[in-house]
Structure formats: structure tokens, C-alpha cells
Design a protein around this ligand. Structure first.
Ligand code: C2E
Ligand code: CA
Ligand code: CA
Ligand code: CA
Length: 279
């Protein structure tokens, strides 16, 4: 028993070392990847439930690693936040998204809005609104086409400061959405003071929506809350038609999810709208 314990301990040490070395390697690779702009963006359509039309696209970052394959943003965004790399990464995402959207507009394609995710650290950066403004000017994208998403938990953490930051951003003329709504602990008093345009119902409440359990009750109350605050409301992670029917019957405005489309690389997104046009 004693030697088994020792083995376990050695195993643990070895694991710990490889994790540490791994994350150092990964950090260097992430740094190089950002420098060489080896990231790319996928775009997931957002649909107006009443008309069935695309009214927005959410930009989602991808890291296709030469040896490790596709690394999920859930894994490298936290690493980027811990190492300060979120600043260049976030700027690359924002600039690239605005640049592509403006190019599509110029070619006669209007997807409504381009939604870009902001990490907690990123939107708290000093003078972040200046960064956004210079990217808009550089890419010539009119601000009404840009929507920034911040998660509920990041908005509610030090809410007074968040209100100040959101006001600065809102003054630029862009839209703001609260992401993953329902998973954090919103103070309604603060929510009322945020200069936001949209709530995005977290995917976890959309999963079992047609079964009329507690998740349906939560989704329904988020929809009502949004309407009372005169905000749009979008349900994330819609995978089945039944969910859309339920959401429409409860007054939800927009949907996004695999039922409509996965996040797509640019070429596939353009092929999708071109085939729609041909019909
Ligand atoms: P999120 O902002 O909540 O993005 C939605 C995630 O749900 C995406 O995962 C998307 O692929 C996935 N999804 C969409 N529809 C469905 C569906 O019907 N079913 C299921 N099961 N999943 C669906 P992804 O692209 O892996 O991104 C994960 C998270 O990483 C994002 O969650 C966001 O928090 C973060 N992220 C992605 N791109 C960026 C970025 O450019 N900047 C920052 N700061 N964070 C990002
Ligand atoms: Ca999002
Ligand atoms: Ca979300
Ligand atoms: Ca989520």
C-alpha cells in the first residue's frame, strides 16, 4: 500500500510538471500565433424568429494548431487572459471582424450586425473605447454594425465600473449585448442602468426548453425581463425546431444555434448566402 502511495505521488509530480511545461509551451506558441496572425474567425448566423432572416453574425475565434489540431477558445482564452496576450488577441479579433464585415457590405452583402466577444479583462482595459474607436475608423465600419458581447458575470463584477465602461462604448454608437444571461447573479437595479440592447439567454436554459420544466420557466422569465427593459432577447444553442416554436410563442426575438447553422468559415458562410440567393 505504501509503494502504491509513493507511485501515485510520483505520478502526480510528473503530471504537474508536464502540465506546467505544456502551458509554458502553449503560451509561447500562442504568442507566436498572435504575432503571425495564425488565428481565424468563424461566423455563426443570428436569425430573427419572426422573419427567418439573418440579422447578425457572431464572430468566434479559432486556433488551428499545426501539431495539436484545433484548440478550443475555452482553453486558450483563459490562457491569453492569464498571460496578458488577451490584449493583442482581442484587438486582432475585433479588427479582423470589422474589416471582413465592411468588405461584405462593400460587396453588397448586409448581415445586419457583427457581434464580437469581449473577455472580462479586455473590456476593463484603460482606454479600451479608444481602441474600439480607432479600429472602427481604420476599417471604416459604421458603428451601428458592431455589437460587443460581454458575459453577465463579467458585467456584474464591479458593476459601477462596468456601467462607466459600457457608457463610454455606447457613446460610440455601437450595440451591447449581455452574453450567457441567467448563469450569473444579476442585480436588476444594475441591469436597468446598463446601456445595453440585448440579452442572450444562455444555452443551458435552452436545452430542455420544450419540456416545460424549470429551464423553460427561467427562459420565459428572461424573455419577459428583456421586454420589460425594452431590450431584444436572443436564445443561444437552439438545436431543434421545437425549441424555436416554443421561443417564438413566448415572444423571443432572435435565435442562434446548430439548428440554423454552425459557426462557419468565411468561404462557407458566403456559399450559404449565395445558395439562398439562387433559390
Ligand atoms: P459563447 O460566446 O457563449 O459562444 C457560443 C458557443 O456555443 C460557441 O462555442 C458556439 O460554437 C457554440 N454553439 C453555438 N450554437 C450551438 C448549439 O446549437 N449547440 C451547442 N452545443 N453549442 C453551440 P465556441 O466557438 O467553442 O466558443 C466558446 C466560448 O469561447 C464562447 O462562448 C466565448 O465565451 C469564447 N470565445 C470564442 N471566441 C471568442 C473571442 O473572439 N473572444 C473572446 N473573448 N472569447 C471568445
Ligand atoms: Ca458570445
Ligand atoms: Ca454565450
Ligand atoms: Ca454559454
Amino acid at each position: 500500500a505504501k509503494s502504491a502511495g509513493k507511485n501515485r505521488y510520483e505520478f502526480f509530480l510528473k503530471e504537474m510538471k508536464t502540465t506546467l511545461v505544456d502551458s509554458l509551451l502553449l503560451e509561447n506558441e500562442l504568442r507566436r500565433c498572435i504575432e503571425n496572425e495564425e488565428m481565424h474567425l468563424h461566423y455563426q448566423p443570428q436569425i430573427d424568429l419572426r422573419t427567418g432572416r439573418i440579422v447578425g453574425l457572431e464572430a468566434l475565434v479559432r486556433w488551428q494548431h499545426a501539431e495539436r489540431g484545433m484548440i478550443s477558445p475555452m482553453d486558450f482564452i483563459p490562457l491569453a487572459e492569464d498571460t496578458g496576450l488577451i490584449e493583442p488577441l482581442g484587438e486582432w479579433v475585433l479588427k479582423h471582424a470589422c474589416e471582413r464585415f465592411q468588405a461584405w457590405l462593400m460587396s453588397g452583402l448586409n448581415f445586419g450586425k457583427i457581434a464580437v466577444n469581449l473577455s472580462t479583462k479586455q473590456f476593463r482595459l484603460r482606454r479600451f473605447e479608444q481602441t474600439v474607436m480607432s479600429i472602427l475608423m481604420e476599417t471604416r465600419l459604421a458603428p451601428q454594425y458592431l455589437e460587443l458581447e460581454i458575459t453577465e458575470s463579467s458585467a456584474m463584477e464591479n458593476a459601477e465600473e462596468a456601467i462607466h465602461m459600457l457608457n463610454c462604448l455606447s457613446k460610440l454608437g455601437l450595440s451591447l449585448a449581455i452574453d450567457d444571461f441567467g448563469t450569473g447573479y444579476s442585480s436588476l437595479a444594475y441591469l436597468r442602468r446598463f446601456p445595453i440592447n440585448k440579452l442572450k439567454i444562455d444555452r443551458s436554459f435552452v436545452n430542455d426548453i420544450d419540456e416545460d420544466g424549470s429551464d423553460s420557466a427561467i427562459a420565459k422569465s428572461i424573455i419577459d425581463l428583456a421586454h420589460n427593459l425594452k431590450l431584444d432577447v436572443l436564445a443561444e444553442g437552439v438545436e431543434h425546431l421545437d425549441q424555436s416554436h416554443w421561443l417564438l410563442s413566448k415572444g423571443c426575438n432572435q435565435v442562434q444555434g446548430f439548428y440554423y447553422s454552425k459557426p462557419l468559415p468565411e468561404a462557407q458562410l458566403l456559399a450559404l448566402v449565395n445558395s439562398d440567393r439562387a433559390e
